[in-house]
Design a protein around this ligand. Structure first.
Ligand code: NAD
Ligand code: DAU
Length: 350
């Protein structure tokens, strides 16, 4: 029996990873550790919460003592570390939280793992989930490779870059059995509606304006979240220790083109005449330090571990829209309370 700790398992990507592992590996015991911040929601895991190989632990990775106690009690064989503050705009208005969770929290997990295994790591693994944003911003040409020098430009990406460096430092200094991956923008069910795609879906549904930063010319490389979960499964089991794998959709979209496509899908699904949703598009003040373009080269993962994205973007986006339209209660629950405060500060008061 393997005991696997997944951190941040109540968040967007984490909940897909937890579900994937609980279903795929009945012989493993899966522990989901999450602080349940505004972004963590156990409703994301309702369908598997009673499964005998699933356990939930409410804890804060910044709490060094609590984390060490949990590791001593449970002796996890493997860690898949997703817990993080993940929203760039929030890192611009409040960077400190990102330093605690993303950097100190990661070090606490590394230390606790070392402590319980006393640096004897056979059959053990610590998998750190990171982002393509650590590589900085591309111009019109080029792609991010695993060897691209780090050049983070937001408090969020700087905190993730710092945690990546620490994970690699623990591999070189203490021989910790680590593996890392850096992924591009995910989309799909259960994404918190502060991020572009679910925010736009929710606003279109309510006839509210769709805020596009700057001129909408920034480019992101979008990947369906389940394809990320499949990559995480492969890398956790078959990735080489000490290595980093880039994960991406080979699917670059200018924000404005993506929103046009989304508007057209929404018009169809809502039975509205063509062009209705596009009228909601509003260009607003740009994000400070807004990275122009991200594009991932995932050929190492494709060649070495045989992964490739399974969905084209139009199909994935349509599935995503269907999910949000069929899960109004989920959306209403996460957009009540604190969300309103965030939304007013971010979009209304500016
Ligand atoms: P998310 O914000 O939806 O979820 C983060 C989860 O971490 C939440 O459940 C939250 O409650 C939990 N958490 C936050 N602080 C915590 C703490 N101090 N202790 C314990 N739990 C805490 O994030 P996401 O989009 O699912 O991203 C998950 C991971 O993947 C992050 O590490 C992120 O950097 C990385 N990533 C995200 C994307 C993306 O497009 N969303 C792309 C590449 C990498
Ligand atoms: O690249 C991976 C990263 O993708 C992850 O590491 C982050 O956790 C995740 O949040 C995401 O970061 P982005 O900043 O790219 O995602 P976001 O959805 O916030 O924004 C996508 C693009 O859309 C970006 O260019 C900013 C723009 N945008 C965003 C919002 C929320 C708008 O134009 N309007 C908006 O209201």
């Amino acid at each position: 029996m393997k005991k696997i700790l997944i951190t941040g398992g109540a968040g967007f990507i984490g909940s897909h990873v937890v579900r994937f592992f609980v279903n795929q590996y009945p012989e493993y015991e899966i522990f989901n550790l999450d602080k349940l911040t505004y972004a963590g929601n156990l409703e994301n895991l309702k369908d598997i919460q009673k499964r005998s190989n699933y356990h939930f632990i409410k804890a804060d990775i910044v709490d060094e003592k609590a984390i060490l106690e949990l590791f001593k009690k449970n002796k996890f064989d493997g860690v898949i570390h997703l817990a993080a503050e993940s929203h760039v705009d929030r890192s611009i208005s409040n960077p400190t939280e990102f330093i605690y969770t993303n950097i100190v929290g990661t070090v606490n997990l590394l230390n606790a793992f070392r402590n319980i295994w006393k640096d004897d790591f056979s059959q053990k693994r610590f998998y750190h989930i990171s982002t393509d944003e650590v590589y900085g911003s591309l111009g019109e040409e080029g792609v991010f490779l695993e060897t691209t020098p780090y050049d983070p430009r937001s408090p969020y990406s700087a905190s993730k870059a710092s945690s990546d460096h620490l994970v690699r430092a623990y591999y070189h200094t203490f021989g910790m059995p680590v593996v890392l991956s850096n992924c591009s923008n995910n989309y799909g069910p259960f994404q918190f509606p502060e991020k572009l795609i679910p925010l736009a879906i929710n606003n279109i549904k309510h006839g509210r304006s769709i805020p596009i930063y700057g001129k909408g010319e920034n480019i992101r490389d979008w990947l369906f979240v389940l394809d990320h979960a499949r990559a995480i499964d492969l890398i956790f089991h078959k990735g080489k220790l000490g290595e980093t794998y880039n994960i991406g959709g080979n699917n670059e979209w200018k924000n404005i083109d993506l929103i046009h496509l989304l508007c057209d899908i929404m018009d169809r699904k809502l039975g509205q005449s063509e062009g209705t949703s596009r009228q909601l598009i509003t260009f607003v003040k740009d994000r400070a330090g807004h990275d122009l373009r991200y594009a991932i080269d995932s050929s190492k993962l494709q060649k070495e571990l045989g992964w490739k994205p399974s969905l084209n973007f139009e199909t994935g986006l349509e599935k995503t829209v269907d999910w949000y339209l069929n899960n109004q209660i989920w959306l209403d629950n996460v957009t009540s309370g604190d969300y309103q405060k965030f939304y007013n500060n971010q979009y209304v008061k500016r």
